[in-house]
Design a protein around this ligand. Structure first.
Ligand SMILES: [Zn+2]
Length: 400
C-alpha cells in the first residue's frame, strides 16, 4: 500500500469555508491530500500512520508571496548586506528558508536574489538537500541603472531588458521581476525609472516566453503604464492613488501587499541611515493607502519582503488596517497560491492538492494571532516540523 497518513485534529479550516470543521481528519497519500472529512468517516484500514493533533486547528500551509531568500532585515544595514559574498548569502538563504518553514510557510515566492542563488535554493529544497518551503523565483531583478532596487541588476534600454529576460529564462527563473518606481515619495512625484517602452518590452517578452511579470511599484505614472500594459502582479503599492485603485479593480493585475517594511520598526531602523526618517514620515500616508485598497475589496496576497519567520505579522497588520481575519487568511493561502500560479497545487485543504498542512493553536478566524502558534508543519505529505514530536512518527522526519 502507498504511504497513507491520517492527520486528525479538533478543528480544520480548509481555506475556503467561513467556519471550522470539528473533529476533522485529512487522509494523505504520498505527497497529496486524498480526502478531507470527519475522523469517524475514514476507515482505519485506509492508512498506516496517524498524526494526532488533538486540541489544534489544521489549515493550509502558508504562502509568503513576496520575499528574498538571502535577505535578513534583523541585520544592521541589511540592504547593504545583500552585497555580501555569494557563498555567505547562499548559506544565509538556507538558514532563512528553514526559519520560514518552521513558521508554517510551505510555499514562497522570491522576488530576486543575487547571482541566481534563489534558483539553487529552490533546487536544493526540491532535492531535499536543505529544509525549506518550495519556492518560485525571479532570478535577477531588472532595474534601471539610475533606479531603485538593492537586490536588482541594472539593465537599460529595450535590448538589454529583452536579453536579461532571456538570461533569466535560461537560468531557470519562474517569473520576471522589474523595478518601476522607488519606495518613498519624498517631496516630489514618483518617477518611473523604466520608460513606458521598457515596461512594455518587459511584459511582452516575458509573456511570449510564458512568464509572468511582477513589479516593485508604489505609484506614479509608471503604475498607470503598468496597469495599461497588463502587468501580472503589483508589489507594495504604497502610494497608489484613488484613481489607480479604480483601475486596478477592473484590471487583471494581482496585488501583493507588504506592510512590514513600513510598519515594523525592527526593519525600519535597519535601513541605511539616510532612509530611516523618510519611512517614518510617510508611514501614516501609506497606511491610509493600504486601508483604501482593503476598503475597496481588492483581493490581495501578503509578503514579508524578507522578514523570515514572521509572515503571521503581515496578517496582523492588515487586520489592523481593516481586513477581516478571513481575507487575511485567504491572502496567506488561496490568493497567495493564485499569485504563484499554483492554485491547483496548494493553498487549500482539498483532495488532489499537495498535503501542505499546518497545525496552529487557537482559531485564526477569530484571533489572527493563532498564526504565530504553529505547532506542526506538514509539507507535501511529510512532517517537517513538530517540536513536541512523539517517537512513533520519527520515521517520517527528514534525517538531517
Ligand atoms: Zn522585495
Amino acid at each position: 500500500m502507498a504511504e497513507r497518513i491520517l492527520v486528525k485534529a479538533s478543528f480544520i479550516w480548509d481555506g475556503v469555508s467561513k467556519d471550522l470543521r470539528h473533529n476533522g481528519a485529512i487522509l494523505i497519500e504520498d505527497t497529496k491530500i486524498k480526502t478531507v472529512g470527519s475522523y469517524g468517516e475514514i476507515n482505519p484500514s485506509d492508512y498506516n500512520h496517524v498524526l494526532d493533533f488533538s486540541g489544534l486547528t489544521l489549515m493550509p500551509g502558508l504562502i509568503d508571496s513576496h520575499t528574498h531568500h538571502s535577505m535578513d532585515p534583523t541585520l544592521e544595514n541589511y540592504l547593504d548586506r545583500m552585497s555580501d559574498s555569494i557563498p555567505e548569502l547562499t548559506l544565509r538563504a538556507a538558514a532563512m528558508m528553514r526559519k520560514d518553514l518552521q513558521a508554517g510557510v510551505t510555499t514562497c515566492r522570491t522576488l530576486g536574489d543575487k547571482e541566481y542563488l534563489d534558483i539553487a535554493c529552490r533546487e536544493a529544497v526540491n532535492k531535499n538537500l536543505i529544509l525549506g518551503p518550495r519556492s518560485i523565483v525571479a532570478g535577477k531583478g531588472i532595474r534601471a541603472a539610475n533606479g531603485h532596487g538593492f537586490v536588482g541588476y541594472p539593465f537599460d534600454g529595450k535590448e538589454e531588458i529583452r536579453k536579461a529576460i532571456h538570461e533569466n529564462l535560461a537560468a531557470g527563473a519562474d517569473f520576471i521581476k522589474i523595478y518601476i518606481s522607488g519606495t518613498l515619495k519624498g517631496d516630489g512625484d514618483l518617477p518611473s525609472y523604466l520608460t513606458r517602452e521598457e515596461i512594455a518590452t518587459a511584459i511582452r517578452t516575458s509573456h511570449e516566453a510564458g512568464l509572468k511579470v511582477a513589479s516593485h511599484c508604489v505609484g506614479g505614472i509608471g503604475l498607470d503604464w503598468a496597469l495599461e500594459l497588463g502587468l501580472d502582479t503589483l508589489e507594495h503599492a504604497y502610494h497608489i492613488s484613488d484613481a489607480q485603485i479604480e483601475k486596478l479593480a477592473v484590471s487583471t493585475t494581482k496585488l501583493v501587499l507588504t506592510p512590514s517594511p513600513i510598519l515594523n520598526d525592527k526593519i525600519v531602523y535597519h535601513y541605511p541611515k539616510h532612509l530611516i526618517q523618510g519611512h517614518f514620515n510617510e508611514r501614516d500616508e501609506i497606511c491610509g493607502r493600504m486601508r483604501a485598497l482593503i476598503g475597496a475589496n481588492i483581493p490581495f496576497a501578503l509578503g514579508t519582503d524578507g522578514m523570515h519567520g514572521e509572515l503571521a505579522k503581515e496578517a496582523e497588520y492588515v487586520v489592523e488596517l481593516g481586513a477581516s481575519n478571513f481575507s487575511a487568511l485567504q491572502a496567506l493561502t488561496v490568493y497567495g497560491a493564485s499569485v504563484c500560479g499554483m492554485e491547483n497545487e496548494t493553498g487549500t485543504l482539498e483532495a488532489g492538492k499537495y498535503a501542505d498542512i499546518i497545525a496552529v493553536e487557537g482559531n485564526p478566524l477569530e484571533k489572527i494571532q493563532a498564526l504565530k502558534k504553529v505547532k506542526a508543519v506538514v509539507k507535501q505529505g511529510r512532517l517537517v516540523h513538530y517540536p513536541n514530536s512523539q517517537s512513533n512518527i520519527k520515521e517520517l522526519k527528514y534525517s538531517f
